[in-house]
Design a protein around this ligand. Sequence first.
Ligand code: PGA
Length: 234
Amino acid sequence: MNIIIVKDALEGGKKGLELFENALNNGAEVIGLATGSTPITFYNEVKNSNLDLSDKISINLDEYCGVANDHPQSYHYFMQKNLFDVKPFKESYVPDGANTNEEEACGAYNTILEENPIDFQILGIGTNGHIGFNEPGSPFNSVTRKVDLTPATIEANARFFESEADVPKFAYSMGIKNITDAKEIVLFAYGKNKQEAVKSLVEGAVTEDFPASILQNHDNVTIIIDEEASALLK
Ligand code: PGA
C-alpha cells in the first residue's frame, strides 16, 4: 500500500489528479467513481483540467434504494452535478436505485462490471471501514447486491437529508470483490474523524469486520490522506 500524506484535501485532490492522469496515459479506459464529501476536491481538479473523458467509461460504486435518479440526494444527481455536467464520459453507470427489482438491478450491474473491468478505482472510506456501502461483515467475495445501511452510516449521511428519518435504509452496492478486481485503487481520507479508520486500514487485521482492510492484500493501492487523518499511524 502506497501512502501519500498531504497538507489538506485540496492538495489531496491535486495528487489524485496526478495519479489519474498517469493511469489514463497508461491506457485506463474504465474508471470506478465514488460519492461522498471526500472525492469532491479530486473531482474539482478533474473539472479544471484539460482532460477529455468523452471516450471513457465510468462505473459508480453504489446508489440508495428507493430514491429517484433525479432526487438531489441520489448519487446519480451527485455525479451529474459534481463531475458529469463538466466532464461527460462516453457511458456512465450508477446502480438503478429506483428499480425495486433487486435481482434485475444488481444482476445488470454485475454484467456491466464483467464486461468493463475497472482500470482505476476511486474510493472514500466510512468511519466503520466501509468501502462503497460494504458495511462491516460484508463478505470479501461479494458482488453487487442490496445492502442494509448500518445505523452509523445512516447517522453519518443524515447531514445531507432534512432529518435522519429521511435517509434511505438500503442501497445497491458493488461488492468487495468488484472493488478489489480493479487494477489500481486510490483511496482518499481526510480529517480527524477518519483517524481510527485510517489506522485500521493500514495497520489493522485483514477482516470482514473492517471491509477496507482487504486493500492491504491488493497490489496497487494508494491512499491519499491529510496530516490529521494520518495522526495515529505508527
Ligand atoms: P465521506 O464518505 O467522503 O462523505 O466521508 C466516505 C464514505 O462513506 O465512503
